[in-house]
Design a protein around this ligand. Structure first.
Ligand SMILES: Nc1ncnc2c1ncn2[C@@H]1O[C@H](COP(=O)(O)OP(=O)(O)OP(=O)(O)O)[C@@H](O)[C@H]1O
Ligand SMILES: [Mg+2]
Length: 597
């Protein structure tokens, strides 16, 4: 049995670190100077931080010498004033860096989200049928979060660490080169230990992330199926299922945490080792009169500072790997070319409105369409629909009717053949102009979780109130809207779940009426409606179809009766075309019984 992953039709491009950095850079670029200043302030702040212990050294060297107390006290006072001034600079540089950072990071995150969204939403209908909504939402958010984490770690951890290491080594080597060498060796061992261990642990981090997605997936799937669970008394069954995945997650997480504890134990050991080694060398050199008490203090302050900085380095490495994985998932989408593109300098589709008898001819020429190269759906369709003609498309479920009308809107690209509207190939005109010329009422309309008024006005976003009200009346929406407590201002729930199927379809019809495009495509809902609702929708459709070229995927006899021609599709082919005269025969025919109209 092929796994779910193997069934996914999308092949993503390979993404490397360079691609991720390039994507981040596009977000950073407008504020590159902001980032530059943050780096400058952080470098300055850390330079000052490392110079301060030199004054402590002087302080202890002076204090350890026997002499005139008054003279010494005034010298010590001078030193602490210098230290205070330097601390003042550290404070200032950090504040400036923080200030610039909050402006640069928040705006960059917003830009990265916007760029991801703008590219994502232009992907094709097939792309969205092959990806879970939840996982796409997660990818956009994780991409922004990955940038935030990486940027934070680099600015606040990695950069200070390197400035401090370099300066500490330079200062210590000026005092004693052997002590400097001990520090260099120790830092190298510490960093290597961390990087090697984190790399080795990466496979377990990936497992932890995968099991986390599994738990989230289980949760999302069962919440979406809550109704089914209730109907089949599946609460206990699902609770056990969820328990099994959370148990698995707990086991894996515990293992990962134990590994973290091991690395901390190793780090602590390295920390003790360096302190011991340095004291050992320092005592020896002090004994020989090579170093002073002040150097002792200096070394101690540096080592404590370095241990403190290095302690978090495992977290930095782990965060970096995690962010890399998070960012990679979104960059894959950003590098995946859009499936359906306008040709360069695509022309506008021109369908002359106002004279329906002369405009809106649709021609399908040798149209063939397969899903995923292997799944044949439509085969060699040839059909001409005259301007203003009203055609019903009928056929058994799964025959390819919805696919056929989606091809007309260029939601898919034909495998071969072409579609012409008033002689213009739809593959050669801009998608925007094509979709402006066609109103589509889908089979199962999905609404935004916005108010009814906003949902209806989507057909013509600059519509005035009067137009919206008129569309509502014609689509018979006002019948149910007037019964709602907040009328037009009622929120319809996620995907429009708070409305019935018939009500949602009427909202979609109202949208189409507002849009008033010369070509109308209607994919009738398969679910049966009561006779009153059917009558209302029928009437709404009559209003909508006037003066337009119409293709209706019909599931109801009442719709078919209004049509000029009936096209029967079966198995991806047109098997019959019936004109007005044959409509009566069709009603009684065996064909009709076979497609269960
Ligand atoms: N995204 C997809 N990927 C692969 N196959 C698909 C996809 N969408 C639809 N199909 C398949 O294409 C065939 C035609 O589907 P289509 O939705 O066009 O049927 P239909 O004639 O509209 O059916 P109904 O009357 O039930 O609405 C079906 O067999 C379906 O399984
Ligand atoms: Mg369909």
């Amino acid at each position: 049995m092929p796994t779910e992953k193997a069934q996914k039709a999308i092949t993503y491009p390979k993404v490397g670190l360079k691609d991720i950095l390039r994507s981040f850079w596009r977000g950073i670029k407008p504020q590159k100077w902001g980032l530059f200043f943050i780096i400058v302030f952080m470098v300055l702040a850390n330079i000052v931080v490392v110079t301060i212990p030199i004054f402590y050294k002087q302080f202890f060297d002076i204090i350890s010498v026997n002499g005139d107390k008054n003279a010494i006290a005034s010298q010590l006072l001078m030193i602490i004033i210098k230290i205070a001034v330097l601390n003042g600079f550290v404070w200032l540089f950090f504040r400036l860096a923080t200030l610039y950072n909050s402006a640069y990071q928040t705006a960059t995150i917003a830009r990265l989200k916007q760029q991801s969204y703008d590219y994502l939403i232009e992907h094709s209908y097939s792309f969205f049928s092959n990806n879970f909504t939840g996982s796409l939402v997660q990818r956009v958010n994780r991409f922004a979060r990955a940038f935030e984490t990486l940027s934070d770690r680099l600015i606040w951890d990695v950069l200070p660490l390197f400035v401090r290491i370099i300066l500490t080594v330079i200062i210590v080597s000026a005092i004693n080169k052997w002590i400097a060498i001990v520090i260099i060796v120790w830092i190298t061992v510490f960093l290597l230990f961390n990087i090697v261990f984190s790399r080795w642990k990466l496979k377990y981090d990936i497992l932890v992330a995968a099991i986390d997605s599994k738990t989230t997936g289980y949760l999302a799937d069962t919440i979406a199926n809550q109704n089914t669970i209730q109907l089949f008394n599946g609460q206990k069954f699902e609770s056990r299922g969820y328990g099994a995945v959370t148990d698995e997650q707990a086991k894996m997480t515990k293992f990962s945490w134990n590994l973290d504890a091991t690395i901390e134990a190793g780090q602590a050991f390295l920390g003790f080792a360096i302190q011991f080694l340095l004291f050992y060398f320092a005592i020896k050199y002090w004994q020989q009169g090579l170093i002073t008490i002040g150097v002792f203090v200096l070394l101690q302050v540096y080592i404590i500072g370095l241990i403190h900085e290095l302690w978090g380095f495992t977290r930095v490495v782990r965060n970096a790997y995690q962010s890399y994985a998070d960012a990679k998932e979104m960059v894959e989408i950003l590098l995946l070319p859009h499936e359906i593109n306008d040709i360069p300098e695509a022309k506008e589709l021109i369908v002359k409105t106002g004279l329906p008898a002369q405009a809106g001819e649709i021609k399908f020429e040798n149209l063939t369409f397969n899903f995923n190269e292997t799944r044949k759906v439509l085969e060699n369709i040839n059909l001409t629909i005259k301007p203003g003609e009203k055609v019903a498309l009928v056929g058994p479920s799964g025959a390819g009717k919805t696919t056929f009308v989606r091809l007309l809107l260029r939601l898919y690209s034909p495998t071969s053949g072409k579609i012409l509207i008033d002689g213009q190939d739809i593959a050669k005109v801009s998608q925007e102009s094509l979709r402006k010329s066609i109103s589509m009422v889908p089979q199962d309309p999905i609404l935004f979780h916005r108010t009814l008024a906003e949902n209806i006005a989507y057909g013509k976003r600059d519509a005035i109130k009067k137009e919206i009200e008129q569309a509502d009346r014609l689509a018979h929406c006002n019948e149910f809207i007037s019964n709602l407590p907040f009328g037009f201002e009622t929120y319809v729930g996620e995907r429009g779940i708070k409305l019935s199927g018939g009500e949602r379809q009427r909202v979609a019809i109202a949208r189409a009426i507002l849009k008033n495009a010369p070509v109308l495509v209607l994919d009738e809902a398969t679910s049966s409606l009561d006779s009153h609702s059917e009558m209302l929708i029928q009437d709404a459709l009559n209003n909508l179809m006037q003066d337009k070229t119409v293709i209706v995927v019909a599931h109801r006899l009442s719709t078919i009766q209004k049509m000029d021609r009936i096209i029967v599709i079966d198995n991806g082919k047109i098997i019959e075309t019936l004109g007005i005269a044959s409509r009566r025969i069709f009603k009684r025919s065996r064909r009709r019984r076979r497609i269960r109209l």
